[in-house]
Design a protein around this ligand. Structure first.
Ligand code: TYD
Ligand code: MG
Length: 455
């Protein structure tokens, strides 16, 4: 009987070692090695599928200017949010990994995409659910594709055979952690299995030009399960996020070989699948009649889209010795910085207050252009004085309390104007021509802003 063979794998970069080591010699990370059983029958190993075109020709270096431009067109999906996030449609032969928490809607999104392409042969491979379960889900979704095939299988060898026989034009794999190569003894989801099965699928995509979507699980700390190497291997990595108790879901790119990584797509989970949200600003701002303190509207940019969001703050005297700072959707370190500026430059006693901030709608904002809006919300709550709901704020706050210019100011102002805002506070360094319908108030320091608002 063959002896069981084990190897140590680095969880970070996928490097292998015959014995356990504390520090990975290839990526330098500590304590990342895990032992896994492998058993590769080298003699019987064969490629799962054969390449369709002859790639055996000897390749030589060529001059860049002589390389022909790709003539292949991107495939436009009916789903404009996903098109935009991918950088303008699906690139032939591309491999996209989509990760997200359990129950967030990854399977729903992918099945919906599969059913939205009526003119293509799509293969939906599932190692997680049975055919009837998928059928039940498909019944809820209002799209139909007569040439969508299902395959509930986890062995890459069997999947390879099916791919070769069916020759689909788009493949969805739900999920990469359930697949298993028969040539490796370790359990599905282990590093060696993920590496092997992903490499097999990627080879298929590249050799046949078939785009593949891989669904991936994420670990407790929110990163994609499996080796970091998996993210290096694929072309595009998407994160599907949002609060499971909210209806809004955000699709974000963290890596994209064919487009920008700053795009987001917004969906709403409904009883019949995910609906694209085309007017995000309208849903992110609460409709309110009465004036409430601690709320201010900021204009941010996500990718190329301007977005108006509601920033909320609650400031109340600290009951315990150490005041609490808590933030949802905004960087806590940056919040601490804003509070220190308010303390030093405006003399507000923030050190004795608990401060909670929240970005409405469960979204996360990285853009410092909403600093000004947060300052307005915090001071509004501090003084219990509301900010008029026809005002929007645009500006980054610097360490000495100066209000700095932000990018794409015209688009932000235009979006605010479109949504009916009457007044905009912005940095005096952001020079834009004054328009008739909207009042632009230029401010240089936060003291000036607070004078205008709470004077
Ligand atoms: P699912 O796609 O299975 O999540 P994942 O694959 O990321 O684990 O679906 C998640 C949730 O979505 C599930 O709790 C039920 C809900 N849902 C709807 O609200 N409407 C629908 O039309 C569908 C199909 C699911
Ligand atoms: Mg699922």
């Amino acid at each position: 009987m063959a002896k069981t063979q084990t190897t140590f794998f680095c969880k970070n970069c996928g490097a292998t070692s015959a014995k356990w080591v504390g520090k990975c010699s290839s990526c330098g990370e500590w304590n990342t090695y895990v032992e896994e059983v492998i058993h590769k029958e080298k003699n019987t190993y064969q490629k799962t599928w054969k390449p369709t075109n002859s790639t055996t020709a000897v390749l030589k270096p060529v001059m860049l200017k002589h390389v022909e431009k790709g003539s292949e067109e991107r495939y436009q999906l009916a789903d404009n949010e996903l098109n935009r996030v991918l950088g303008g449609g699906i690139v032939p032969g591309s491999v996209t990994l989509i990760g997200g928490e359990p129950g967030i809607g990854k399977s729903t999104l992918m099945l919906q995409i599969a059913l939205q392409i009526p003119d293509k042969k799509v293969l939906y491979i599932s190692g997680e659910e049975s055919e009837t379960q998928i059928k039940m889900r498909a019944e809820r979704i209002p799209y139909r594709n007569e040439t969508c095939y299902l395959f509930t299988e986890t062995s890459t060898q069997k999947i390879g055979k099916a791919l070769q026989e069916l020759a689909p034009e788009l493949v969805v794999v739900d999920s990469i952690q359930t697949l298993q190569s028969e040539l490796i003894d370790s359990t599905p989801g282990s590093i060696s299995q993920i590496k092997e099965t992903a490499a097999d699928l990627i080879r298929f995509a590249k050799e046949t030009g078939t785009p593949i979507f891989l669904i991936g699980h994420i670990t407790k700390d929110g990163t994609l399960a499996g080796p970091k190497l998996l993210e290096h291997m694929v072309d595009t990595v998407l994160q599907f996020e949002g609060d499971r108790h909210h209806v809004y879901r955000i699709l974000r790119t963290t890596k994209n070989r064919f487009g920008s990584t700053s795009e987001i797509g917004i969906y709403e989970m409904q009883g019949n699948g995910l609906r694209e949200v085309t007017n995000p600003s309208e849903i992110l701002i609460t409709q309110r009649d009465d004036q409430l303190s601690g709320i201010a509207i900021g204009a941010t940019i996500e990718g190329i889209r301007p977005l108006l969001i509601e920033t909320q703050a609650l400031v109340s005297p600290a009951v315990y010795g150490t005041p609490q700072r808590n933030s949802n959707g905004y960087d806590t370190k940056r919040l601490n910085m804003l509070l220190a500026i308010l303390e030093k430059k405006c003399g507000l006693r923030m050190g004795a207050q608990d401060v909670f901030v929240n970005i409405a709608g469960g979204i996360r904002v990285e853009d410092p252009g909403i600093d000004l809006s947060l300052i307005a919300a915090i001071v509004s709550s501090y003084h219990s004085m509301p900010v008029d709901n026809s005002i929007a704020f645009i500006g980054e706050v610097g360490l000495s309390g100066e209000i700095r210019a932000v990018s794409r100011i015209e688009q932000r102002v235009a979006e605010a104007e479109k949504l009916g805002f009457k007044t905009i506070y912005l940095s005096k360094f952001n020079k834009i021509p004054h328009k008739s319908g909207i009042k632009l108030i230029e401010v240089g320091k936060i003291e000036e802003l607070l004078n205008y608002l709470f004077g």
